[in-house]
Design a protein around this ligand. Structure first.
Ligand SMILES: *Cc1c(COP(=O)(O)O)cnc(C)c1O
Length: 357
């Protein structure tokens, strides 16, 4: 069997979820959209269900997958419905749904629902992606109430730059939100992971942690709470070939790396078809036989090359950690000019093996 695999530590996932609740004192929806950022939504939901206040996914397809697997906890559709007839499924499966557009509000007003639903009413407080305009927000709230089709409303918005701890943007978004919700008596939900970790002063009855659950920091700078997170995924494989090369020899496609001295090269069964970023350049860290080393040359589809020159104990069959508890996904992301979110979401082909810690 090909040795590439992703080990998923479910106890670390629970540890991180507890931190989100502990540092905010709020109720927390575990965000497990996009197959739990590549970690496996059903297994993650099962691991958290006994203690989680609920889950959040992007769309009804992801929500139905959870119900089909027997998950009974609340599930919020972060983008709400995409078509009006999804409301029947929202009722049938007790999903909570975001209303971010006037057409979704009208769809609820016009629908025949066998029981009232829970709506999270989203304000565009400055990100300008989805959400109602502040001038429409109070009226939308009143219309939902008047429709008789809504049992509960939570007021929500989303930050564009909460990962930038010195930017004014989040404070400005809170001010827009506070002005728009004046006089509306309902719980509020603002904080995603960077706001949970880095913006303790922002009030949020419900928080929506995503990336932090998986143990990765959304920040480029150090953060005391993020330091307490435990990486959930370890992507590992093995050395499948070793060769000694003299100085001046090219390694891999495009001869992007040329040996500058006699070197020992290891080939690892891991490539961009597994989700390892092709953009990762020479120097991107790996752990081999317990020691930090680096990749060399271009990442190819099924393999990549690493430097074993200073790791004589590494040999055929040595275990290589691409990211995990020693090589942080956020570090690999920086080398590859991306973010840990995408590093995780891109995972494919490798089997996921789950453990309880
Ligand atoms: C994805 C998402 C989150 C989680 O964001 P993280 O940065 O991963 O914590 C929270 N809220 C909304 C609306 C989202 O779309």
């Amino acid at each position: 069997m090909r040795p590439a695999r992703a080990l998923i530590d479910l106890e670390a996932l629970r540890h991180n979820y507890r931190i989100a609740r502990e540092v905010t004192g709020a109720k927390a929806l575990a965000v497990i959209k996009a197959d739990a950022y590549g970690h496996g939504a059903v297994r993650c939901a099962q691991a958290l269900e006994a203690e989680a206040d609920g889950f959040a996914v992007a769309c009804i397809e992801e929500a139905l997958e959870l119900r089909a697997a027997g998950i009974k906890a609340p599930v919020l559709l972060l983008e709400g419905i995409f078509e009006a007839d999804e409301l029947a499924l929202v009722v049938e499966h007790d999903f909570w749904t975001v209303v971010h557009s006037l057409w979704q509000l009208e769809a609820i007003e016009q629908a025949t629902l066998s029981k009232p639903i829970t709506v999270w009413l989203k304000l565009d407080s400055g990100m300008h992606r989805v959400g109602l305009h502040p001038k429409d927000y109070p009226a939308a709230y009143q219309r939902l109430l008047a429709s008789g089709k809504v049992a509960k409303i939570v007021l929500m918005s989303h930050f564009a730059r909460a990962d930038e701890l010195h930017a004014q943007s989040s404070t400005e978004q809170v001010a827009v939100f506070e002005a728009a919700r004046q006089g509306l008596a309902a719980e509020v939900s603002l904080r995603n992971s960077p706001a949970v970790l880095g913006w303790p002063q922002i009030h949020s009855d419900w928080v929506r942690p995503g990336i932090m659950l998986y143990g990765a920091t959304p920040f480029e700078e150090a953060n005391a709470v993020a330091d307490r997170l435990q990486p959930v995924m370890t992507l590992e494989s093995k050395v499948i070939s070793v060769r000694e090369l003299p100085a001046g020899e090219p390694v891999g496609y495009g001869a992007k790396f040329v040996t500058d001295k006699p070197m020992r090269i290891g080939v690892v069964a891991m490539g961009y078809a597994d989700g390892y970023p092709r953009q990762a350049p020479t120097g991107t860290p790996v752990l081999v036989a317990g020691k930090r080393s680096r990749i060399l040359g271009r990442v190819s589809m099924d393999m990549l090359c690493i430097d074993l020159t200073d790791v004589p104990e590494a040999d055929l069959g040595s275990t290589v950690e691409l990211w995990g508890k020693n090589i942080l996904a956020s570090e690999v992301a920086q080398w590859a000019d991306t973010i840990p979110y995408q590093i995780f979401c891109n995972l494919r082909r490798v089997p996921r093996l789950y453990s309880e810690g």
